[in-house]
Design a protein around this ligand. Structure first.
Ligand code: AR6
Length: 231
């Protein structure tokens, strides 16, 4: 990410001159940091079977509350396919609200390949984790641990061994990590959402009063974790 800066004062150049460097004009190339960006999957709505409509309300509500605290930083909800129901719901609800679409938007792509395949720079990604913070399983957890290699497992262990529903843990990636080198991702934030799947631990048996509270806490912990990487 580079920006071309003209050394000629803006006031002394017309708009045509500004785009056409002269022989005596100095061009200075300065490095500009990309806008801090968190890419996150929809927590709990696939393997954990959480209701999509309720989840979309909570994503919007928590993102809206956090945007003013994040400066220019961006929040991007990601899913694998253009047919994603959660992306459609969030997109439709966001357009009805007064949310800055440059700072909160949806994106279709593999969260481990957003820069290389989608051209989207995200320096932090979230993982819909399991309570043991173990690699494998399915969904986005398996994809992130696979793409990050053993570095993520070691870096995660250095921070935490388990996670409670509604909590998040921020894991900085070591310089050897393939996700950092290939995609520019500096941190993974593991988040554990509420579970409505009877075949997974801590099933809430359709108790959406508890479930919504935990999902709200999960996104709040995630966005707070992201904020800590921005500050
Ligand atoms: N890139 C972007 N989004 C993805 C990707 C990917 N590579 N893979 C899946 N998604 P899920 P959960 C989307 O099931 O419901 C795991 O086994 C997916 O379409 O990964 O919170 C863990 O170990 C969906 O929208 O997470 C836990 O045990 C979203 O990511 C359990 O599943 C979340 O789907 C967590 O279940």
């Amino acid at each position: 990410f580079f920006k071309k800066v003209s050394a000629v004062p803006a006031a002394s150049s017309s708009s045509t001159e500004a785009t056409t460097p002269k022989a005596n004009e100095k061009i200075e190339i300065v490095r500009v940091s990309p806008v801090p960006t968190l890419a996150f999957p929809s927590i709990s709505t696939a393997d954990f079977q959480f209701d999509l409509d309720k989840a979309s309300d909570i994503i919007l509500e928590t993102a809206e509350a956090f945007l003013p605290k994040l400066g220019p930083a961006r929040l991007v909800l990601v899913d694998l396919s253009h047919g994603s129901k959660i992306l459609s719901l969030v997109k439709a609800k966001a357009s009805r609200k007064n949310i800055d679409s440059g700072r909160f938007f949806t994106f279709v792509g593999d969260i481990t390949k957003l820069h290389s395949q989608g051209g989207l720079h995200c320096n932090v990604i979230a993982n819909a984790a399991n309570w043991r913070l173990k690699s494998g399983g399915g969904g986005v957890n398996a994809a992130i641990f696979k793409a990050a290699g053993s570095d993520l497992e070691a870096a995660t262990r250095a921070r935490a061994n388990t996670l409670l529903p509604g909590k998040a843990v921020v894991v900085p990636l070591p310089s050897t990590c393939p996700l950092l080198n290939a995609e520019g991702i500096t941190h993974v934030i593991h988040v554990l959402g509420p579970n409505m799947n009877p075949n997974r631990p801590d099933c809430l048996n359709n108790d959406y009063t508890k479930g919504c509270k935990i999902l709200r806490e999960a996104y709040t912990s995630l966005f707070e974790g992201f904020l800590s990487t921005v500050q």
